[in-house]
Design a protein around this ligand. Structure first.
Ligand code: PSU
Ligand code: MN
Length: 304
């Protein structure tokens, strides 16, 4: 694994670092918005006083802390694989390019010793999973690794109540930041309960530290709603999601192609509004991730 000098130094000094996934760049948004967003995410982390570490597989090397040229390549190349745990050995063994989903990013971030990861919205239990068995690897990976993932709840294309049930089975602590319920990606409020509503990054850091000190293993999901100005009301986005799901069904889209297809279809059907919401929520999550990483670093320095 190659860790950039800046990131490696920050890790050994217990300075705040935020891992960023790369599937959102390669498979979650169209060019050039994907590249602009990737850069904006890194900038947001730096603005809050932390070091960003975007993660991907570059010609077979797992890299933690991409260079600008590597970021550009991930955003533009046509041969970038979408990597979950099962795909990592293929990309690495055969020297391929790969963008890491939340699941593979969790694995590499945890190995590097990074405690916080920010994304747009994690994967989860797909609607109709009772017949397709489509459950994202993001959930068990959150259950098995010491990591705190900041996300705008769970992507609204999914079955949110079932996703919460699996998170419970996996033993993941689900927190909401300054909002009463789990966020539902493009909108702000799914109406579904979380384990605890946190009001400050310091409070989240204390919960993360307690989990670590208990040697419980496994992670924490922090739900952070899309910023008000760009969030899309449920009445507006729900019919768009329903239409996208119908088209996916009609075209026989399944497996790892599902999420990228649905996100792109929703951008098309919403006239680009969903993309604005997606960019805004991802940047907001990077900011909160940095604040949590800073609070964790302060606790560490106080010896707690
Ligand atoms: N958040 C976004 N856009 C994305 C993703 C998250 O705003 O494209 C990606 C993440 O990499 C996440 C993946 O892990 O979608 C989920 O894919 P799947 O449902 O195939 O597990
Ligand atoms: Mn899947």
């Amino acid at each position: 694994m190659r860790i950039s000098k800046e990131v490696a130094e920050a890790i050994v000094r217990h300075e705040p670092v935020v891992a960023l996934e790369s599937t959102i760049i390669a498979h979650g948004m169209p060019y050039p918005r994907n590249l602009e967003t990737a850069k904006a995410l890194e900038r947001a982390v730096r603005d809050e006083g932390a070091i960003p570490a975007t993660i991907a597989v570059i010609e077979g090397d797992p890299v933690v802390g991409l260079s600008e040229e590597e970021l550009l390549a991930i955003a533009t190349r046509g041969d970038v694989m979408k990597l979950s745990r099962r795909d990592l050995p293929i990309a690495i063994g055969l020297g391929r390019w790969g963008a890491t989903t939340v699941s593979a990013t969790i694995i590499l971030a945890a190995k590097a010793g990074i405690e916080v990861l920010a994304t747009g919205g994690i994967g989860g239990v797909h609607r109709g999973a009772e017949s397709t068995f489509d459950i994202s690897r993001d959930l068990p990976e959150l259950g098995e690794n010491d990591i705190t993932v900041v996300s705008s709840g769970v992507k609204a294309i999914l079955d949110l109540p079932k996703t919460l049930e699996v998170l419970e089975t996996e033993g993941v602590t689900v927190l909401s930041y300054q909002a009463p319920h789990l966020a539902d990606f493009y909108s702000q409020d799914s109406g579904l309960p979380v384990d605890y509503v946190a009001n400050a990054p310091e409070e989240i850091a204390r919960i993360v530290r307690a989990r670590r000190n208990l040697s419980l293993g496994g992670g924490i999901l922090v739900s952070n709603p899309c910023p008000s100005g760009l969030a899309l009301p449920r009445e507006k986005i729900d019919p768009v999601i329903a239409k996208a799901l119908d088209e996916a069904e009609r075209e026989g889209i399944r497996g790892k192609a599902s999420t990228p297809y649905l996100l792109a279809k929703i951008v098309e059907l919403s006239g680009g509004e969903s993309l604005e919401a997606n960019v805004a929520l991802a940047i907001n999550n990077a900011r909160l991730g940095a604040k949590i990483a800073c609070a964790l670093s302060s606790l560490q320095k106080e010896g707690r």
